[in-house]
Design a protein around this ligand. Structure first.
Ligand code: NAP
Length: 282
């Protein structure tokens, strides 16, 4: 038996698994494309060849996959369903508050416990003091698995038993970041037009490290070495738009930002760093 199984080994899932292994936990991993599981064997992971193997291997199942639809799909097979009783499923995939509510209901019906988490930041922050993860659901379940999970972020906060609260806060955080990025691009345009170097912008008025990184990416024209991509942020924006639509909230700011992302996608910048949006603003 392992202490925890990690399902989904993309850039975020593999970082979560490696961090758990570095902290000394026994980890089983599963990924759709098996070559990514083999990369983790050297770090000490056990391989789950199937989802059923990984669910059987541990009491806590951490899922970090592209979206909730995929999560539901991989847990719905006749091999996996009977193994869910008494497991604690921790969803760290991105999604909407409504999806968190629906997944809690579904997993509880299948006999599992369910916690819903949100990762605020990039894989680089995982396992560091600045890493931030929010988690919602039954406090009893959280207490049962927090000793394993807490190594993943210096700032790991339990947001209460309202299962959608982590995702609501996640979307609120993402909204702030996206609005801020629009201001950063405007500021960088002013510097470019005013003949002020973007390195000077970084050294004087950049509000945070991400603004400095974007200034550097633009100045060095290194858009193809992303910190995080246009695509990742477009997906985040999509979740905010979906939630705003679900609850009937005003979306004028979101519509403005979505137009920039749509134009970046049409121009072929999806796999480039978020800083590539400057090319749309220009
Ligand atoms: N990266 C970030 O900065 C960041 C930050 C916060 C939250 N997140 C969230 O974390 C989650 C994972 O992100 P990531 O960056 O690791 O993404 P990623 O690198 O694109 O990896 C996606 C993962 O989902 C799996 N997957 C996709 N479709 C699947 C399917 N139909 N069946 C089974 N597996 C499937 C992929 O498997 P294959 O390897 O087989 O393709 C891979 O393991 C996402 O929900 C993302 O929004 C990411």
């Amino acid at each position: 038996m392992s202490e925890i199984s990690v399902l989904g080994l993309g850039s975020m899932g593999s970082t979560l698994a490696r961090t758990l292994l570095s902290a000394g936990h026994a980890v089983t991993v599963w990924n759709r494309s098996q070559q990514k599981t083999e990369l983790l064997v050297a770090d000490g992971a056990e391989i789950g060849v199937t989802v059923a193997d990984a669910v059987e291997a541990s009491p806590v199942i951490l899922v970090c996959i592209d979206n909730y639809t995929t999560t539901r799909k991989i847990f719905s097979s006749v091999e996996v369903l009977p193994l869910l009783a008494d497991r604690i499923v921790v969803q760290m995939s991105s999604g909407t508050p409504r999806e968190a509510v629906a997944d809690e209901k579904w997993f509880v019906e299948k006999g599992a416990g369910y916690l819903d988490a949100a990762i605020l930041g990039s894989p680089k922050a995982i396992g560091t003091e600045t890493g931030q993860i929010l988690i919602a659901g039954s406090e009893k379940l959280w207490q049962e698995c927090n000793t394993v999970l807490e190594c993943l972020a210096g700032n790991f906060q339990y947001t209460g038993n309202k299962i959608d609260s982590a995702k609501v806060l996640d979307l609120a955080w993402l909204s702030q970041r996206l609005g801020y990025f629009m201001g950063v691009f405007q500021g960088l345009l002013l510097c470019e037009a005013g003949g002020v170097g973007l390195d000077v912008f970084s050294a004087t008025v950049a509000v945070d490290a991400r603004a400095s990184m974007m200034a550097n990416t633009i100045q060095t024209n290194s858009f193809t070495d992303p910190v995080n991509t246009v695509k990742v942020w477009k997906e985040a924006l999509h979740h905010i738009q979906k939630h705003a639509n679900d609850i009937g909230s005003n979306s004028e700011v979101l519509d403005f930002i979505a137009d920039k992302f749509q134009r970046a996608q049409s121009a072929g910048y999806e796999e480039e760093d978020l800083a590539a949006l400057i090319k749309i603003f220009r």
